[in-house]
Every structure is written in C-alpha cells, then in structure tokens.
Design a protein. Structure first.
Length: 366
C-alpha cells in the first residue's frame, strides 16, 4: 500500500519512553527520508504479489489436506500474512509522528488527492476487466453485480485496501491529537485495546460466519495496527532476537491451527485463521515490523530503493491486471514455473509503475 507514506531521510535513533515528554522540533515531512521504509514496503509488495501469483487461497482449498503440497501452501500462507498489515503500520508510523506539525486543511487535501485518483482509476479499470472476462466467456456483463462489488468495496479482490484506508486517513488527525498527549504506558494500553476489538470482531465473524457488509467502514479493525506502527517505531523498540522468536512461533501457531481446522471442519473455514484479526497474525505482523524497522540499507542502494519503494502502492494495484493476462495462457503447478511467474509479474509491475510515474497525467493514480 503504498505511496500514502511520505518519503523520509534521517534515522531517528532516540527511543521515546513517553511521547508527551520528548518532542522533536516540527519538521517538514518532505525533508525526512528513512530507507528502511522503502525496503519494508518493497518487501511487503513482493510478498503480496507472490501470494496472488501462487494463488495460495485457492490451492489451500483444492489440494488434499495433509499432502506435502498442501502443507507447503499452509506454511507459505501463514508466513506471508504480515505483509499487508505492515503497510498499515508504516502509515501509522508516519501520520502519528509527534514531531510533525499537522495542518488539518493541508493534510486532508493531500490525502484526498492521494487516494481519490487511484481509487477511481483502478476501480474503473478492474470493473472493465470483469466486464471483458464475462464477454469473452460468453456471459452477460454483470452490471448489478459490479455495482454491488463497488458498494462492498471489492470491485476486484485486492482493491478492498483502497476502500478501507480512507477511514484511517479520516480519523488519523484525531488519533494523533490523542497519541501526542499519551505516555508510553497509555499508548501500550490504547494499542492493546484496539487489537482486542479487532480480535473480538474477527471471532464473531468466524464463529457465526458473518459476511463483511462493506470494507468502507471496516477501518476500525485496523486501528491497532495503525497505533502499533507508532508505538513500535518511535516509542518502544523491542530487541531483535525476541522478535525473531515471536515471528517464527506465531507462523507455526497460525499454520498449525489452520491445519487442525481444515481437518476438523473444512479448508474454507481454516482460511479464516489467517485473518488479520487472528492473534497469531497480529503477533507475527508486530514482530515483522520490529525487524524491518531495524533494516540497514547501504548508502549506494538508497536512491534506487527510494524509487522502488515509492512504487509500492502502484505495484499492489497493477499486479492483478498483469497476472490476469498471464493466466489466460497458463495456470502452472510446477515450482520453477511458479517462481518464474512471481519474479516476472513483480518486475513487470515495477516497470509499469515506473513508466506510469513518468506520465504527468497518470502519475497520480500510482
């Protein structure tokens, strides 16, 4: 997700015990650049592309449960679930920065420009793809279904993020007013409370199979991740070794629980284990953020990495279109071919986005 994260340039080494006690002087966000963010966003984008190219959800449900291939898919699905929450946490890291003065009018104007054009452009493009697919298959164009998909915030399977994130942008200034005045302990408590709400709502959905009405008002479930980006990025810096342990253990727990649910209920129900409200997914996402926050980027890599990192939203948005074209030719199962497709789709997405960024009329959509 992308470009919604402003560029950064200096590492902020100080670890705040209390947000209200230590405030850095106001600074222009355009001046600051932190290279770990570029690496983290690019890594998350690559993992999301990999998940979609490998079609893990479909394989998880179609392969025989307990087979070697299914076990591999189970662990891959678990090990990549932190990728999208990472984007939300990076947004929280920037937008809740206590060292930034926030002019509300400028903030909302920028957010509207940043999200409106991609939302409109990519919604229309993917609705056109849906219509073309129906026409090529000899089916009538599902106009009513397409309108329903827009209302639900899912004109295509990945666009829900563009419909969810405006809610977080809307409340971010109010959340920042609160976090600027919180002690470290209060911020811990607020983050834990938000995650408790996320876990509870996910449990209700899972137990009673409550369908998601629309992603447009689904942003409260991601407030915990939003706050965690600020908490783990600026207030509390856990050590790397425990974070690695938490990451590995939570991946094993998520994969193991999904296996159990798939055996006792069904693979379709087991997929709910990998929801962003699952405690294991939350734990692995927090650990992954802590570790990516510690990434050290060599000076020689920072220029091209900044360009690639700035393309992460565009990569997320464009890769399903490239994958859709690719799947008209083949749906492979061989591991080498799948790996080649992952790399090909990712690199093609990067090149398309970098090309679009050179066209002034189209630059805003990525």
């Amino acid at each position: 997700m992308p470009g919604q994260h402003p560029p950064v340039a200096i590492e902020i080494p100080a670890m705040r015990r209390s947000v209200s006690a230590e405030r850095s002087p106001p600074r222009d966000p355009a001046v600051v650049h932190e290279s770990w963010v570029d690496a983290a966003r690019l890594l998350a984008a690559f993992l999301i592309v990999s998940v979609h190219v490998l079609n893990l959800d479909r394989r998880f449900q179609e392969l025989p449960v307990g087979s070697h291939a299914w076990i591999a898919v189970d662990f891959l699905t678990a090990a990549t679930r932190w990728a999208l929450p990472l984007f939300v946490m990076v947004s929280g890291y920037f937008l809740l920065d206590p060292g930034r003065e926030l002019d509300w009018q400028t903030y909302y104007a920028r957010r509207v420009r940043r999200i409106l054009w991609p939302l409109l452009a990519w919604t229309l493009l993917y609705l056109a793809i849906v219509a073309c697919d129906a026409a090529l298959a000899g089916r009538p164009v599902p106009i009513a279904a397409m309108l329903t998909m827009v209302i639900k915030g899912t004109p295509y399977y990945h666009l829900w993020y563009l419909y969810m994130i405006p809610g977080l942008y809307l409340v971010a200034p109010f959340v920042k007013l609160a976090t600027d005045r919180m002690s470290a302990g209060q911020l811990h408590a607020a983050t834990a409370l938000c995650f408790a709400v996320t876990v509870f709502s996910a449990a209700i959905d899972g137990l009673w199979s409550v369908p998601n009405a629309t992603y447009i008002d689904d942003f409260p479930r991601y407030l915990g991740y939003f706050l965690a980006g600020h908490l783990l990025g600026r207030v509390w810096r856990p050590k790397a070794a425990p974070s690695v342990a938490v990451l590995l253990i939570s991946i094993l727990l998520a994969a193991g629980l999904a296996w159990t649910v798939a055996l006792t209920l069904s693979p379709a129900r087991a997929l709910r284990v990998f929801g962003f409200g699952d405690p294991a997914v939350i734990a692995m996402s927090l650990a992954a953020f802590v570790l990516t926050r510690r990434l050290a980027v060599a000076v020689s890599y920072r220029v091209w990495l900044a360009q690639a990192g700035n393309a992460s939203l565009g990569i997320y948005l464009v890769h399903p279109a490239i994958l859709d074209v690719l799947r008209h030719w083949s749906y492979p199962n061989a591991v080498p071919v799948l790996a080649s497709q992952v790399i090909a789709v990712f690199l093609a997405s990067v090149l398309v986005v970098l090309g679009v960024q050179q066209v002034p009329a189209l630059r805003r959509i990525v």
